[in-house]
Every structure is written in C-alpha cells, then in structure tokens.
Design a binder for this molecule. Structure first.
Ligand SMILES: NC(=O)C1=CN([C@@H]2O[C@H](COP(=O)(O)OP(=O)(O)OC[C@H]3O[C@@H](n4cnc5c(N)ncnc54)[C@H](OP(=O)(O)O)[C@@H]3O)[C@@H](O)[C@H]2O)C=CC1
Ligand SMILES: N[C@@H](CC=O)C(=O)O
Length: 833
C-alpha cells in the first residue's frame, strides 16, 4: 500500500499524448465562464485531454455552510434552493437541446433531492459527522463537471465524464492525503475499458477513502487532483488555469511592478509557495515532480499569455526569481556566554519548541555561538518564550544566559532562485539594496542549498525592503519617490525634462522616477501613483499645504528611495535640508541658500549626510549645468590642493557685460535677462554680487575652507537707494542703474578695456567679487552669451590653470544640471546608468 507514484502503472490508454488541465472555481463561476472553459478545451490541439474541475465559485463554501445550518438547527432550505437555482440556471444556459436539457435538469433535481435528504439527516443528528460532511463538501465538483461535460457534448465533443470517487483512492497521511497509486491506476484502467474517449472531464477535490466512502483532498485539493490525474493519465503537461498571468515575482499588492515569471524550477516554486507566494501548493507538485511533469500556470482570461512553466530545469533568469514577504512574525532569542561552545544548545531550543508544538519559520545562530534566535508566528511568541525560558531555566538562574528576548512586529523577506547557488555577490546585492533603502536587518538565514536567503526585518520596513530588493534584482525598475519644490522657471524645465525622459529611463536604465509631490509657495499637490500626466494641471487644482506633509507623504510611499528636489530660491526651504536628510530623504538643489548659507546650518547639513545614507547634491548651484563642483571634487579626491579660484561665475552678469556696448540702456538688458530666466528671482541678487559671492563660498567650502558670505568682499552694482523695497518696485525703477553704469563703461572704453564681473578666491584665503576693467585681450573678455569661466589653480595645475567654461545660466541648462545630479544619485542607488 505504500507504493510510490513512480511504481504506479499507467492506464492502457496512456499511449496517447495527453495534456491535463485544471480549472479553479473562478474559471467556472457561471454559465459564461463555463462556456469560455469549453472554448479553451475545444481550441486546444491535443490528442488526449483531461480537464479537472473545481466547483463553481463559492459553491464548496456554500455547501459547508448548508451542513452547518442543518447541524445547528437553522433553516437551510432558502440557501439550498438558491444553490439549486444557480445550477439549474447555468444548465439552462449551457444546454439548449430540449432532450439533453431536460435530462440534465432531472439529474440536477435528483442530486439536490439527495442533498436535501442528507441535510435532513444532519439536522436530526445535530452534526454532519465526518462522512456526511465530506460527501456534502464534494458535491460541487460533481455538478460543475457534469455541467461542463454536458455543454461540451452539446457542442459536439465526446468528452467522457469521470467521477473521481470511482477511481481515485486516498488515505490520510502525515502531510495530508496520500494517494494509493496502484489501486487508483487499476481503477482507472478498468474505467477506461468502458470510457475509451480521448477527452475526459474529471471532478477535482474528491476521491474515495480506502473504505470506499467519498472523501476530499483538503486545501488546494483541486490543484492536487489536477496533478494526480495528470500522473494517472500519463499526461505530458499539466496546465493550471487561474485569473493571473502566472506566478508573479512578488505580491502585486505590495509591489505593483511585480512581473510574471516565465519559468521556475520545482524547487523554486516550492520555496516561493512555502513563503506565501500565490503558487500552487508544494503538495500539489509532488506527483508532477516525481515524474518530471511540467506544470504551467496560465490565465484563463488571457489564454494567449504563455504563463509560468514549472519544471525540473526552471529556465533561465537572474539569480533571484522571486521574493516573498511573510508578515505577523516575532523574533525570540537567547543570548549569553553560557551558550558558547556548549553542545546541544540548538537541540534543546528545537526540542522545547517542538514540545510546545511551535513551528519555527527561521533560525539563525552566530558562529560565536553567543546567541541563537528563531522567528515564530507572533501569536506563538509568548508560548515560545515560556518554553525556552523553562528549557534554559538553570542557565538563566546562573546568569549564564540573559533570559529570553522577544521582538514583536517582524516580517521575513525571502529571496528565492536556483541561480543564487555558487554565485558570489547575490547576498551583497540584497543587503546593499536594503541598506540603501534604510532597512535594518534583524536576522539572516541562508540554507546550504543557497536557493533562499531570508532576512528578518521590522514590519514597518517590510514593504520598503521588498520593493528595494525587487528592484535590486532587476525584477522591476529602481523606484524613486520624487518631490519637486518650486516649479518656477528651473523647476518647470526640470519637470518637463523628467516627463520626456521617463519612458526611456524606465526602459533602458530600469529607473522609475515617480513624481509624488509638487509644491510652490502657495500650493501642495500630493499624488499616489506619480504625476505621469500634466503636472501643471495637477498643481493648478491643488490646495495650500506645508512641507512637513510633503516629506511625510514621500516617506509614506514605502518606496525604496525618496528624493526632494528644491528648485526654489527660498532660505526657509533650505532650512529643512538637515531634517530631511536625517529622515533618509536625499536632497538635490540648485538653490544656494542651503550650501552657502550660515555656517552652523551648513554644518548641520553635512552632519546629517555623514550620519546617515541620504545624500545632498548641488552641482547646479555653481555654473548651472557645468561640471564645476564635480571637477573641483575630482581634483581634491585625487589628492590635489586648491591654490586659487578665479572666474566669471554669474551667467546674468556675463550676459549683461557681453552685450552692453553703451548704446542701449543697461536697464533694458537687465529686463531682458530676467525674462530669459538667467537672473535670480530677484535680479538684485545678481546685480548686488550676492549670487556670485554665494558661489564663491560654495567652492571655498568644497575645498575645506570655512568661508562665510560676510567674509567675501562684494562690490554691489545696485545703487544704495535701490537696495530696499520690493522686487516689483526695484524692477519699476530699474533705469536708476543706467547713469552709473554708462559712466563706468565709458571710462573703461576710454582705456581700451572691457567690464567684467569677476570672482576671486586667493591662496591667502581672501575672497572678493567685483566689477573690474580688463584689457580687451584678456581671456575673460572673449566669452559668449551667458558663459561662465572658472579657473582652478591647484598644486598640479599651478602653471596653467584648469578651466571649466560654458553657459552658466538659463532654465534649460540649469534643469539639466539638476537632472544630472538626480541620475548620478540614482546610479549610486543601483540604477543601470
Ligand atoms: N535661473 C538660472 O539660470 C539658475 C537658477 N538657479 C537657482 O534655481 C532656483 C530657481 O530659480 P528660478 O526657477 O529662476 O526661480 P523662479 O522664481 O522662477 O521659481 C521659484 C519657485 O520657487 C517657489 N517657491 C518660492 N518660495 C517657496 C517656498 N517657501 N516654498 C515652496 N516653493 C517656493 C516659487 O513659487 P511661487 O511661484 O508660488 O512663488 C517658484 O515656483 C534658484 O534658487 C536659483 O538660484 C541656479 C542656477 C541657475
Ligand atoms: N542668476 C544666476 C543663475 C545661476 O546661478 C546667474 O545668472 O548665474
């Protein structure tokens, strides 16, 4: 009786090439769905076919409820009637032929009459009893199989109807129901003598016990029946039809980007199923595994989709095929010097937990043997703690073990894939992704098969951890939750560039930049799935809100990475950088107030970066899209020393003095520069030299010099009378600039010189920004438009300074500089850039 499946002899009809199909309840929910199943079966080009069916959706539960009602003395007749009507209606729709239809209705009526008699008996006894309960539960499959078979016959197909109770013999086993293969195979062979048809419809879920009484296969029983009949009919493949495109790489409710997996090995499928992925149950697979039968998980709503193939080979793919998350767990650990080098500690832990009937989800022990920890279901944690405390009572009393520690709110993330075995770097990639997503790992386990790495993390980090790991193994794009503050000239250009580049970045770099928040000084827009459409329209309808809500919303997405891009010129916004960075939000900005602001603020920002993993990038603060800061950093990082910096650091001032020839009013050019988006929001910041001074401060600080804005000698081009008042008042009185500027210009021209606004940071530490008259052949006299020029004199470049030159202002180039920072950050976070 213990004969295994491989010993079972195939039925005489096994010479046929046969494919087995299994349809679940949702595929048979009503007449329309049953008709669709028939379409699939009739369209399949296969000589032999076995279709194993579940009950119509919800029918098994309805039958169990009927038995419960009858046993509890409640009136079961209305529900019985509804169930009868549902099947009678389906039968009417499925079988139009009068004679066949009447026969089917009469058969159904007889079935329901028998059910009614059973329920009456249950009501009298006050309990269904095991035998009646199993008989009642399994009726749904008998009815659905008959409906499908009758419909197929109506359409001219000669399918035989196999009631599994006539063939399949099972007995209770330790891990559930076990099949008596020799008896079942012999029964099938006998049945085939009178049912030689190539195509068969069989009932799932039900079978006969060794005593010949009807029984059921338990949870996932219909899938199990599919595999059993596939084996008994010696099928070439088993197709399990569901309502999804196959096995997904992760739970789509937690990772919306989860993808269907084309192929899995049996072992991968078992590992994923164990950790809760929506794969078929491992027990279901045993008959298939035993004979190397491929299982295909397919979508009955999209039969053209190939689905997931599960077989011995498992197909190609990355090292990790899928990820699962098990929630509702707790960590229970023992720690103490009394465990070191003591043989039998693990055995005592397991024995104590076994005696308390507690199943261990994961176990981990450091090689120092100083501690050992287990992950158990949270509702069993207290009992596990008590069991361990009792088992180690002596050591705890002697102070050799520091009691039992329990941590609730734990989830286990498991990465599964045959390709992990023998491949260096997989764990590094997983842990690197978790670190970058700021997820703390509480415990780790990897079996010697190297097919599964499991990590225990805090429940609140679990979704972020899953998404980060999913992206790290290229199962989906690296997803970055993005907020843009200040959609003014630069911000708007950036948003347009982001929108245009998004599809290509997703496709080619595996980077999903998801805009979740937008704010200007008056409005805050928060979105769930990213502003993929018209961001302007979204902001248009937004209400006022504060930046705390913006940061909370960004973090609330549980996306692996969060970035705020500050495109304002606001000091108040810059004041928040340190807090955001400390909270793990990366910051990117062209706004100089943060990095050139008061030293204590800058120090707080730097400290937040050092303490955590969040990064601040601000390349566009100097030279807009030019690589000025990066160049200086590269020089310093490779061991060079900065001696001096000199240059033209203002695009606005460069443009003004490149254009100004004394013929048109200087004020007209300032208005034009403002309209072109070169100036700061308030052009006085440019004309006063403050903007240039800030840039010099940024470069000095980059070189490690603690320079403050008030230490820079600044020559302002704004007459004292125009320094106060609103921006609008200043713009209205702009022609007040014209007289003094004309005079400076004429003086310089008389000497054959040109005017340029130059910044200089000397070796002596002196910082100065001023309008100077330069000889007409000076390098700074030959720039074009908004060109900046920055000359770095360093120890290596002491005879011939290193020069960075190019356009240094304008919304498009500045936005591109900000975007480059974002992409460099994304690359560091793991995007394929
Ligand atoms: N233009 C250029 O060539 C370059 C600019 N930069 C820097 O880029 C930044 C933006 O410049 P630009 O686009 O020209 O400026 P704009 O004036 O066009 O845009 C500023 C944006 O910031 C918003 N804003 C202001 N205060 C706040 C606040 N407290 N909270 C939220 N949003 C706020 C404004 O909103 P609202 O409309 O409601 O006021 C507006 O959307 C500046 O810091 C500038 O120094 C850097 C390099 C080059
Ligand atoms: N207004 C600034 C813009 C860049 O920082 C400039 O003109 O350089």
């Amino acid at each position: 009786m213990n004969a295994s499946l491989s010993e079972a002899r195939p039925s005489p009809a096994a010479a046929l090439r046969t494919r087995a199909h299994k349809f679940g309840g949702s595929s048979l929910a009503d007449a329309g769905r049953i008709r669709h199943v028939a379409d699939l079966l009739l369209a399949a080009d296969e000589p032999g076919q076995v279709a194993v069916v579940s009950a119509m959706q919800g029918v098994t539960n309805a039958l169990i409820a009927l038995a419960g009602s009858a046993a509890g003395g409640r009136d079961w007749r209305p529900d019985w009637q509804a169930l009868r009507q549902r099947h009678a209606d389906a039968a009417r729709e499925l079988v139009g032929d009068r004679e066949r239809g009447d026969a089917l209705q009469a058969w159904l009526q007889a079935q329901f009459d028998q059910l009614a008699s059973l329920l009456q008996a249950v009501a009298v006894l006050g309990t269904p009893g095991q035998a009646a309960h199993e008989r009642i539960q399994g009726l749904g499959e008998v009815w659905s199989a008959r409906l499908l078979c009758s419909h197929l016959r109506e359409r001219g197909a000669e399918h035989a109807l196999l009631d599994a109770r006539d063939v399949l013999v099972v007995r209770p086993g330790e891990l559930g129901v076990a099949v008596d293969w020799p008896r079942s195979a012999a029964n099938l062979a006998r049945w085939r003598e009178t049912h030689p048809q190539a195509r068969v419809v069989a009932t799932g879920f039900i079978a006969s016990g060794e005593d010949g009484l009807p029984t059921v296969l338990g949870r996932n029983g219909s899938d199990y029946s599919g595999a059993i009949f596939a084996a008994l009919f010696d099928a070439d493949e088993l197709h399990i039809w569901t309502d999804v495109d196959g096995v997904l790489s992760a739970d789509p409710r937690l990772v919306p980007e989860a993808v269907p997996l084309p192929a899995l090995s049996y072992r991968e499928a078992c590992e994923l199923a164990y950790f809760g992925a929506k794969v078929i149950h491992p027990q279901t697979m045993t008959p298939a595994i035993a004979r190397g039968l491929p299982i295909l998980i397919r979508n009955s709503f999209r039969p053209e989709h190939p689905g997931t193939r599960i077989d011995a080979a498992g197909g190609a793919g990355g090292p990790v095929k899928g990820l699962t998350l098990n929630a509702g767990l707790a960590l229970v650990s023992l720690e103490g010097a009394g465990l070191i080098g003591v043989p039998g500690t693990a055995e005592r832990v397991f024995a104590a937990l076994h005696a308390a009937r507690i199943s261990v989800v994961m176990i981990s022990q450091g090689s120092s043997e100083h501690s050992i920890c287990c992950v158990v279901r949270d509702y069993e944690a207290a009992a596990a703690g008590t069991a361990l405390a009792r088992a180690f009572e002596r050591e705890i009393a002697a102070g050799q073990v520091q009691g039992v520690q329990q941590v609730a709110g734990i989830s286990v993330l498991a990465a599964v894939g045959d390709g992990m075995a023998g491949k260096p770097g997989v764990a590094a990639r997983l842990f690197g992704a978790l670190a970058r997503a700021r997820v703390n790992v509480r415990a780790i386990a990897q079996g010697a098969s190297e097919r599964n790495i499991s990590v225990a993390v805090a429940a609140e980090d679990a979704t972020r951890a899953l998404r980060a790991a999913h992206a790290a193994f290229w199962l989906s794009a690296q997803t970055v939750a993005l907020a843009v503050i200040g959609p003014g000239k630069v911000g708007a250009a950036l948003l347009d560039q982001l929108q245009a580049a998004k599809p290509r970045l997703q496709r080619e770099a595996g980077l999903d930049l998801r805009l979740r928040a937008l704010a200007d000084s008056r409005r805050l827009w928060l979105g769930e799935h990213g502003a993929d459409g018209d961001w302007r329209a979204q902001l248009e309808g937004a209400a006022p809100g504060d930046l705390d809500a913006l940061a909370a919303h960004l973090l609330g997405a549980h996306l692996p990475h969060a970035v705020i891009v500050d495109c304002s010129a606001s000091d108040a916004v810059a004041d928040r950088y340190a807090g955001w960075l400390a909270a793990g939000i990366h910051v990117i900005t062209p706004n100089k107030h943060g990095v050139a602001g008061p030293l204590p603020r800058r120090q707080a920002i730097d400290a937040a970066c050092l303490a955590g993993d969040a990064r601040l990038r601000y390349e566009a603060t100097v030279g807009a899209g030019l690589p000025v800061i990066q160049t200086l950093r590269d020089l310093l990082d490779t061991g060079d020393e900065l001696i001096a910096v000199e240059g033209i650091l203002s695009g606005t001032l460069a443009w003004l003095f490149n254009r100004y020839d004394g013929r048109q009013p200087f004020s007209a050019l300032v208005r034009e520069a403002h309209a072109l988006g070169y100036t700061e929001p308030d052009p006085r910041d440019d004309l006063s030299g403050t903007d240039v001074a800030r840039k010099l401060v940024i470069l000095a600080r980059e070189a490690g010099r603690a320079l403050s804005l008030d230490q820079v000698q600044v020559e302002s081009l704004v007459p004292a009378a125009m320094r106060h008042g609103s921006r609008e008042q200043f713009m209205a009185g702009l022609d007040g600039l014209d007289g003094p500027m004309q005079a400076r210009f004429e003086q310089a021209r008389a000497r054959g010189e040109v005017l340029r606004y130059v910044a200089r940071l000397g070796q002596d530490g002196q910082a100065r920004v001023a309008l100077v008259a330069l000889p007409a052949d000076h390098a700074f006299a030959h720039l074009r438009l908004t060109d900046n020029i920055v000359q770095f004199t360093t120890w290596r470049y002491r005879d011939n300074p290193l020069i960075v030159q190019g356009p240094g202002a304008g919304p498009e180039v500045t936005a591109a500089g900000v975007f480059s920072d974002l992409l460099r950050l994304a690359a560091a976070l793991g995007a394929r850039l």
